[in-house]
Design a binder for this molecule. Sequence first.
Ligand code: NAD
Ligand code: ZN
Ligand code: ZN
Length: 344
Amino acid sequence: MTLQMLAAVVEQFGQPLVLKRCDIPTPGPGQILVRTEACGVCHTDLHAARGDWPLKPGLPFIPGHEGIGIVTALGAGVTSVKEGERVGVPWLYSACGHCEYCLSAWETVCAQAQFGGYTKNGGFAEYILADPNYVAHIPHGLDPREAAPIICAGVTTYKGIKETEARPGQWIVISGVGGLGHLAVQYAKAMGLRVCAVDIDDRKLAHATRLGADAVVNAKKGDPVEAAKEATGGGGHGVLITAPSLSAFNQGVAMTRKHGTCVLVGLPPGEFPVPLFDVVANCITVRGSFVGTRQDMAEALTFAAQGKVKADIELQPLSAINQIFERLEHGDVPSRVVIDFSAV
Ligand code: NAD
Ligand code: ZN
Ligand code: ZN
């Protein structure tokens, strides 16, 4: 008898997800089965379900790359995790392990990488198949529902902040303080930076202030570039753009201090013009950053386990997934929605 699980499935791009019963997968050699306890809903899941990006997932697929759960079965040959351990199944689902990028701790750009909830089924389901070599190891004492946003939003912003190369005492501008940004503010403060938060929603900015932001700028009011430069005395030494909006990218580059680094993390479909003269004459670095390595993941989780960073979560059942997507699309999610599988 095959047992079944509830899953939210993308059957067509741009259509509501379909809640259905599917067979619980069986772990093959080198795989593990994870019983999902919680899974965060990232804006990337929305891009995935709409087919926003040039590399599209094959249909049908189960999104979700912030899934946390308990290992319930091991495929043949698995020794690196044990049944009963709590793990996370992240966006970096697996990589080849032997290319030049894997060998130099840049497995995030491995050409053979698979992506959780995108090229592999993800955490919007009661069970997830995973690669034990790439799962996140959730520290004891960290609630699985609070761990969920850390394994994408947390690691992505922690890595992105490191990639700005801003040093303690310097300014970082964080554009977009939603799921990613509300954690970015906390990581940046914990890393000793001064934070200027930028968003288009005063409620998000008020929240950023509560989380420790030193200055806030509403990008819909006045001249946000001037306001950010004034607040930071010349622009951010680092700028981290998490906003899923192209206008934030032009503004973010312009908010970068001379010789500073602007890190692009948000992934709205499209392109944005870079003002060459300003970037060249001011010696600005513009750099992309894509999730984080397994070592970044361990570090990002340690901040959470130590209570230095705490995801602000709203719990919902899996059956609410389409309403959650609708709210995320319209900016109506305060920080992060996490699907609580004790209430599917
Ligand atoms: P979210 O919807 O939770 O938050 C987005 C925030 O940006 C909201 O607070 C919104 O009000 C704000 N915003 C919208 N337009 C803005 C503008 N013009 N200026 C400033 N702020 C603006 O989304 P999220 O889950 O935080 O994801 C954000 C983006 O990051 C998505 O595009 C997602 O795909 C991408 N992402 C990238 C990576 C990566 O590895 N590079 C990882 C995860 C997510
Ligand atoms: Zn994500
Ligand atoms: Zn590789």
